[in-house]
Design a protein around this ligand. Structure first.
Ligand code: ZN
Ligand code: ZN
Length: 475
């Protein structure tokens, strides 16, 4: 590729320049042209070289984190390790920000502030990957039960990529100017950590970001690729508890009772009309009744039935409309069934469990995608589709004045396994599955390169000439 560029440059120069007939002159100009049009920019080459020397450290860090996972709100040792790793690259580190949150600030002169976030918590899942570094950890959950613990959502990859990015940005500090705020966030799986860190002054005690970035592993994209979604990428997630109340009695005497099971059945079916009949087909949403509990025996009419719902949407007005409709339908059906006012159903929207939608700033996302295509090759950078899963990273963008955010997908499936799954139509283990095991390589390399280049795209340029900075960058 490079030789061809030089030859083409020479030929074009000779053809175009009637005044420059001497071969020596053509050659000098040709080489100059070839340098300017150098296909792989020297920074990218240097970055790949430096990354190679970092991989041993990052792989060991990843395996350690994978082997010793911690549940949400219990990330003490993970946070300690992240703090040490960030200190080692020269960050000013603060621990205990919103629980076990860690903030590392890397200052490098005047310029934009870029926040990069990784989540730290694992899940109550029994690992079944058979990996030599598989987790055998158990812990007590919030109810006091002994549960197995596993990094089944790839947060260990996210942390290793965060540290890899910190090490790369520290090594290449002569190429950029500004401040990077590294955030190791607790309790993402409970939708609580981002809010806790923000409430603890993340944007007041530390430099306020101009941009916030994150990545999440993908269980259905091959390692070596990344996916981006401009606009809404992940959904609003609401949890709703409903208690339908009636009057209990003997199963043989319905006339003396007010049966909450029948009311619940009517309610569940009526709730399905919110998405199908009340929303525009262009506003995606989900209303799922995931749990229903009522009654104890064949011949007893119970006095209550409890439902648990998950409600997904993207836009805030759609979210509000769905929640209002749920209240209206639940109340209305109870009234139609003759439930007296003092037994009206109880609807509780769990605000503390709400996760807002992630809206990837379209301009920012397209800008980064262009950078990634140049760095990784267009075939490895894929435009993805939004999903209805939740991620509390969206909160980093919602503090007024709003911060443009971008979360992108990092392919983590072993490429051979990916191809086999395609040809044999076998299902790949999903996120949260006991069998989900990211391919370490080239997932880590790709994540670190993508995140480092994204940060450098957004940070300022140093106040020295390009030549000087090239020399300094090689030291
Ligand atoms: Zn998860
Ligand atoms: Zn996750």
């Amino acid at each position: 590729m490079r030789i061809l560029t030089i030859q083409m440059g020479l030929r074009r120069l000779r053809a175009q320049s009637g005044t420059c007939k001497a071969v020596g002159c053509s050659l000098t100009l040709g080489l100059l042209l070839a340098w300017v049009a150098w296909p792989a920019d020297p920074l990218a080459l240097e970055m790949r070289k430096t990354l190679q020397s970092e991989l041993g450290h990052l792989e060991a860090l990843y395996k350690h984190l994978h082997q010793y996972p911690e549940l949400s709100f219990q990330e003490a040792r993970t946070a300690e390790r992240m703090a040490r790793e960030l200190e080692a690259v020269g960050c000013e580190v603060t621990t205990r920000v919103g629980g076990f949150g860690v903030v590392g600030v890397l200052r490098n002169g005047e310029g934009p502030v870029v926040l990069i976030r990784a989540d730290m918590d694992a899940l109550p899942v029994k690992e079944a990957t058979g990996a030599p570094y598989a987790s055998e950890v158990t812990s007590r959950d919030e109810a006091g039960r002994e549960v197995p613990v596993m990094h089944a959502c790839g947060h260990d990859v996210h942390m290793a990529c965060l540290i890899g990015t910190a090490r790369m940005l520290a090594a290449f500090r002569s190429w950029w100017a500004g401040t990077v705020v590294f955030v190791a966030q607790p309790a993402e799986e409970r939708g609580a950590g981002a809010r806790a860190m923000l409430n603890d002054g993340l944007y007041d005690r530390f430099p306020r970001p101009h941009y916030a970035l994150a990545l999440h592993v993908s269980a259905d994209m091959p390692a070596g690729s990344i996916g981006y979604v401009p606009g809404y990428a992940l959904a609003n997630v609401d949890s709703v508890d409903i208690q339908i109340r009636g009057i209990g009695g003997h199963g043989s005497r319905p006339e003396d009772a007010l049966d909450p099971i029948v009311i619940a059945a009517q309610t569940i079916l009526a709730l399905q009309t919110i998405v199908s009949r009340e929303l525009s087909p262009f506003d995606p949403a989900v209303v799922t009744v995931g749990s229903i509990h009522g009654g104890t025996k064949h011949n007893i009419i119970p006095d209550r039935v409890e439902l648990q719902l998950t409600v997904r949407s993207y836009r805030q007005d759609v979210r509000e409309k769905i929640l209002a409709s749920i209240r209206r339908i639940v109340t209305g059906i109870a009234q139609a069934a003759g439930v007296p006012e003092h037994l009206a159903p109880l609807v509780s929207i769990k605000e503390d469990e709400f996760t807002p939608a992630v809206y990837n700033d379209p301009e920012l996302t397209e800008r980064l995608a262009k950078r990634w295509r140049a760095l990784l090759g267009a075939e490895r950078v894929l435009r993805g589709r939004p999903v209805m899963a939740g991620e509390d990273f969206g909160r980093f963008g919602l503090v007024e004045p709003r911060v443009p955010v971008c979360i992108f997908w990092l392919g983590a499936v072993d490429p051979a396994q990916y191809e086999a799954a395609k040809s044999q139509a076998r299902k790949l283990p999903a996120l949260h599955s006991p069998e989900f095991l990211p391919a370490i390589h080239p997932t880590l390399e790709t994540g670190v390169l993508a995140m480092t280049s994204a940060a450098m795209e957004l940070l300022g340029k140093p106040q020295v000439s390009a030549t000087q900075s090239r020399v300094r960058g090689r030291r």
